[in-house]
Design a protein around this ligand. Structure first.
Ligand code: GLV
Length: 321
């Protein structure tokens, strides 16, 4: 008797070696393009599938889960799961998995790229040269701020926040952490933990490393931005809606803060036009984990999670377990 292979919907092209691995034990229904799979199409195509491999920008809401009549596992190729109705999945006994740990290093590297770019005006300098705006060396052209001796405020002391903090001493910076709002933060003995307000008042760089939840949505708003030093910059490599973009544009225009480095936005791929106007803002298109090594490892882990669950074994990295 031939055993029927389970079928897995994959919403985006992934490395072929990883898809070949998946195809060894599953039938693969791949949305081949680089464009998003529209939500209605996702809901239609997930019907009858046992597995779903999705990306952080696929909306796996209650409607998608209701349509997924045979689904046993949702594997997102991301660490954040704010796009997935995890409770609706759990209610249906569907395992949700993500790809933590393996993207920590890449995201921490990009965070530092943004910190350095904003402090030393790298994007602005590059643009000046390209438009022929550099007419000769002068003593005080493109002066930036030095990181040495400054305070790095980490909001979100998870894996990525801690990895970013670990690099701070190499630049002569002192890292401090924000106490988790509403919950106990368990610092190690060498960590300094401040209230969010204290951290904002005293830090020269504020870097966000929080998951998007109802508590963290717009955590950075007019009130919290007004607490920051005028010379400070804000870095966000977590999720766009943690920052109220309208308020950030206001704070930059009013010179309440000195700059920002942003890899994530409230309504990706749309970027608030007010941010595009600001020379002291460095923008990258949600590429925190975008190294060849990390993306391949994330895809491989998502496939492993699917294969394990569909073989009746526990997932390697399930969410909420
Ligand atoms: C990307 O944004 C991720 O959550 O991995």
């Amino acid at each position: 008797m031939t055993e029927t292979k389970p079928t897995v919907l994959v919403t985006r092209r992934m490395p072929s070696a990883v898809l070949d691995e998946l195809a060894r034990s599953c039938v693969v229904d791949l949305h081949p393009g680089t464009d998003d799979l529209p939500h209605e199409d996702l809901c239609a195509r997930v019907r009858g599938k046992q597995g779903l491999i999705c990306m952080f920008n696929d909306r796996i809401d209650a409607a998608a889960i209701a349509a997924a009549d045979s689904l046993r596992v949702i594997a997102t190729v991301a660490v954040g799961v704010d796009n997935i109705d995890v409770a609706a999945a759990a209610a249906r006994g569907i395992v949700v998995t993500n790809t933590p740990d393996i993207l920590t290093g890449a995201t921490a590297e990009l965070t530092w790229a943004l910190i350095l770019s904003v402090a030393r005006r790298v994007g602005e300098a590059d643009r000046a040269i390209r438009r022929g705006g550099w007419t000769g060396w002068t003593f005080d052209y493109m002066l930036g701020g030095e990181l040495r001796g400054k305070q790095l405020g980490i909001v979100g002391a998870g894996r990525i926040g801690r990895a970013v903090a670990a690099v701070a001493p190499a630049f002569g910076m002192r890292a401090v952490f924000a106490a988790k709002p509403g919950a106990g933060h368990h610092p190690s003995s060498d960590e300094t933990v401040l209230s969010l307000d204290e951290l904002l008042l005293t830090s020269d760089v504020v870097s966000l490393h929080l998951p998007l939840t109802e508590t963290t949505r717009h955590l950075i708003n007019r009130r919290t931005l007004a607490r920051m030093k005028r010379s400070a910059c804000l870095i966000n490599t977590s999720r766009g809606p943690v920052v109220d973009e309208e308020a950030l544009v206001w704070a930059l225009e009013e010179r309440l803060i000195a700059g920002a480095g942003l890899d994530v936005f409230e309504e990706e791929p749309r970027v608030h036009p007010g941010l595009l106007q600001q020379e002291q803002v460095c923008l990258t298109p949600h590429i925190g984990s975008a190294t060849r090594e990390t993306r391949a490892a994330m895809a491989a882990l998502a496939v492993r999670n699917v294969v394990e669950v569909l073989s009746g074994r526990p997932a390697v990295t399930s969410v909420g377990c």
